[in-house]
Design a protein around this ligand. Structure first.
Ligand code: CTP
Ligand code: MG
Length: 437
């Protein structure tokens, strides 16, 4: 009777094994009788796939109407658990986030010598929910309260008044402000080393290392658009934890294969990559964002589909536009075109060259194939060396076997160590879970 129960829809996150057996106790048995007993149990068991958020009690009550349930077990799929572990492993910790805000506050104290009412705010991956441990600290000096003419009534009733010196353009003002602050940081900023003023960039900035916290910092000014895109990403990430997990997994995968890099250059940036994931989620049929209803759908399936989507995306003709949720004809010749959602004339991936895009597409093809194999194979693993075996997501983080992907092996060395320890932790968590079950 139970075998005939089928729940509507496609479910991947959680499976239940319901045993109807009333069989004998295992006790001390010969191997033969143990095998017989196990086989009998198996014959009287059913496996039901259901959603991760299924109410266990309700489901069991419903099932009991069809027969007595001797034992039941709930467990998640391996692939899904791997994605969750990966996200947990890398995501910013509470202490790390607090430290980021503390550095902003210290910088504000320094900048306040020139601009008493200023604030320094973090943006980018430190606060958008997609930050990984070790990501840089993007900050912007907010001079809104003092730019131009601003008047403020103090408690004493006296009028405070600031006036900025008139300057040629907003950009020139930003450059001179950052130049002064950069100089001050270099000379007097406690623990601030390797200060570089990069004032001619499209978005002028001061880059430095903050030694006590270990953060690589980028300080900008007058960068409202970046704040808006930070908020946009934050909102998308909050729609469902799986959005965050998918972004995190794709980021780890891209880093492991040298698709992204901590050094500036022609690589795809994490920001571009995140927009690509969001675009994929919008384009998916049915779309995953922004409709919450559809978020109940598949989990690890998304990763596989993500790779398939970009393995076949017409990058040569089309631009990615998350404002419209549609690809559009490329307005200019550049290998990868991703429209900035808040400044439509800008391509956020202008820096990416043809080789880097090709590497990305090739790896998407390879990874979708590897995931397809993981889905069709049992999780017994692929041998990495004599002591380590991997399976599922972990296989994706190993060096690529595609001969076309060149020049990444040297750069990948430090990442391999981290990945090895990550694999260990994934293995450990899986074992722990198995023991519990
Ligand atoms: N940004 C933007 N347009 C760009 C590049 C960046 O609007 N062309 C904004 C985005 O809000 C981005 C932030 O600036 O999140 C910081 O950029 P970056 O440090 O490159 O990306 P992060 O998202 O912080 O990712 P990472 O973890 O690699 O630092
Ligand atoms: Mg950043």
């Amino acid at each position: 009777m139970l075998e005939k129960i089928s729940l509507q829809g496609k479910f991947f996150n959680c499976c239940i094994s319901v045993s109807l057996s009333s069989g004998e106790k295992n006790g001390c048995k010969s191997l033969h009788s143990l095998l017989v007993e196990r086989q009998r149990q198996a014959e009287k068991s059913v496996l039901i796939s259901c959603q991760s958020k299924t109410n266990e009690k309700k489901l069991l009550k419903y099932l009991s109407r069809h027969g007595d349930i001797k034992r039941h077990f709930f467990y998640e799929s391996y692939l899904d658990r791997q994605i969750t572990s990966l996200t947990e492993f890398y995501q910013l910790t509470e202490e790390n986030i607090r430290l980021r805000f503390l550095v902003c506050s210290l910088l504000k104290d320094i900048a306040a010598a020139y601009f008493p009412e200023c604030t320094v705010k973090p943006f980018g991956s430190s606060v958008n929910g997609f930050g990984k441990l070790g990501c840089d600290l993007d900050m912007f000096l907010d001079l809104d309260s003092i730019s131009g003419w601003t008047t403020e009534l103090t408690k004493s009733g006296l009028l405070l008044e600031y006036q900025m010196k008139p300057a040629n353009s907003e950009r020139a003002v930003t450059q001179s402000i950052l130049s002064v602050i950069g100089e001050c940081l270099d000379q007097f900023g406690p623990g601030c080393v390797g200060v570089h003023k990069i004032l001619n960039a499209r978005c002028p900035l001061v880059r430095f290392s903050h030694q006590p916290s270990g953060f690589q910092c980028d300080l900008t000014a007058n960068n409202r658009v970046a704040m808006k895109s930070t908020e946009l990403l934050y909102v998308y990430g909050k729609l469902d934890p799986r959005v965050q997990s998918l972004v995190c997994t794709v980021r780890c995968w891209a880093r492991a294969h040298g698709i992204t890099s901590s050094i500036s250059g022609a690589w795809i940036t994490n920001f571009s990559l995140t927009i690509m994931v969001l675009f994929f989620l919008q384009k998916r049929n049915p779309p995953i964002i922004p409709t919450l209803d559809h978020l109940q759908d598949l989990a690890e399936e998304l990763l596989c589909e993500f790779f398939e989507f970009y393995a076949t995306f017409p990058f040569n003709r089309m631009s990615i536009n998350i404002r419209k949720g549609q690809e559009q004809n490329k307005p200019e010749v550049s290998p990868l075109h991703i429209q900035n959602p808040f400044e439509s004339s800008l391509n956020i991936s202008q820096n990416v060259n043809t080789t880097q895009l090709k590497n990305f597409v090739t790896l998407c093809q390879e990874s979708s194939w590897l995931l397809y194999q993981s889905k069709t194979m049992s999780p017994k693993g692929v041998a990495v060396d004599s002591t380590t075996t991997t399976w599922g997501i972990a296989t994706l983080l190993l060096p690529s076997r595609v001969p076309g992907i060149k020049g990444h092996r040297k750069r990948r060395e430090p990442a391999s160590e981290r990945i090895k320890s990550l694999l260990e932790s994934l293995k450990y968590k899986t074992q722990q879970k198995k023991t519990k079950d």
